[in-house]
Design a protein around this ligand. Structure first.
Ligand code: IPE
Ligand code: IPE
Ligand code: MG
Ligand code: MG
Ligand code: MG
Length: 275
């Protein structure tokens, strides 16, 4: 990430500082790990998957900057530090997010070989990050603060706002590894289950987590009237659901031919985590 983030001279200093601040801050790096582990599970190497892994983390970092803006969740704490717009200013934060997104696609296009695989990765990443994926999910997440909704609506929001970026991480790992159809399908099923479980746990941590451990404010979802799993199903049932989804995610790895213990460990961590 450190190597790919710097864009040389024409980048204004303050913008560059905001980009580095948000990208290199202490996140869990789950999405890039998914890219690397998927590539390994499909018989390729970490080295080959690194550009895609960094690109995915850049899109994620941009999504967090924008998610925290006053017009969205209005959160002042991220990864245990002031949110980007608090540390810098709103305009700089918006532009840092924009730049991170653009940089991600530049890296995929330039660094992934052959060109057909780079193009396929660009298309997948754009689809997952865009209006039919993460950004669309974010729009409906904000809309549901007023409109509310049931479990089907909530699942649809979570699958897009969070699940889409987790699923595409696995897909990019599979693409750079020239995975077989069977490996693709196994990873797709794993990613869909894991993505939903991940956001259910995020909702639970907002309700029950410790602000210092979490590095972000708690109780925000209830304050803003967010549609969440604990709100609709209660905390115990939400946790059971997340655990069941992770079991199913791990089962979906069965048909894969390569090593999948890292993916299994990561899925278990997703429900056990406290941040
Ligand atoms: C937080 O994601 C935003 C959601 C999609 C729920 P992470 O919990 O992966 O955040 P970092 O990258 O570790 O800070
Ligand atoms: C954010 O979901 C998802 C994206 C950033 C795309 P949340 O709003 O629940 O994430 P946190 O809790 O602020 O990290
Ligand atoms: Mg949000
Ligand atoms: Mg938020
Ligand atoms: Mg949250």
């Amino acid at each position: 990430l450190e190597q790919y983030v710097d864009q040389g001279d024409p980048c204004p200093a303050r913008l560059g500082q905001a980009i580095r601040y948000s990208l290199l801050g202490p996140g869990k790096r789950l999405r890039p790990q998914l890219v690397l582990l998927a590539a390994e599970a499909c018989g390729s190497s970490v080295q080959v998957a690194l550009p895609a892994a960094c690109a995915v983390e850049m899109v994620h970092a941009y999504s967090l900057i924008h998610d925290d803006l006053p017009a969205m969740d209005d959160d002042d704490l991220r990864r245990g530090r002031p949110s980007c717009h608090v540390q810098f200013d709103e305009a700089t934060a918006i532009l840092a997010g924009d730049a991170l997104q653009a940089r991600a696609f530049e890296i995929v296009a330039r660094e992934i070989r052959p060109a057909e695989v780079a193009a396929a990765c660009c298309a997948e990443l754009a689809r997952a990050a865009g209006a039919a994926g993460m950004v669309g999910g974010q729009a409906d997440d904000l809309g549901a603060e007023q409109a509310g909704g049931g479990i089907a609506e909530l699942e649809s929001i979570h699958r897009r706002k969070t699940g889409a970026m987790l699923a595409v991480s696995l897909r990019l790992g599979a693409l750079v590894a020239s995975a077989s159809r069977c490996d693709f399908d196994g990873l797709e099923a794993y990613g869909t289950k894991l993505g939903l479980a991940f956001q259910i746990v995020d909702d639970l941590l907002d309700l029950q987590g410790d602000e210092a451990q979490l590095g972000k404010r708690t109780g925000q979802d209830a304050d803003r009237g967010k549609l969440t799993f604990p709100r609709l199903l209660g905390a115990p049932e939400s946790r059971r659901r997340a655990e069941r989804l992770v079991d199913e995610a791990c089962q979906a790895l069965g048909p894969l031919k390569g090593t999948t213990c890292g993916l299994e460990q990561l899925a278990r961590y997703v429900v056990q985590r406290n941040h």
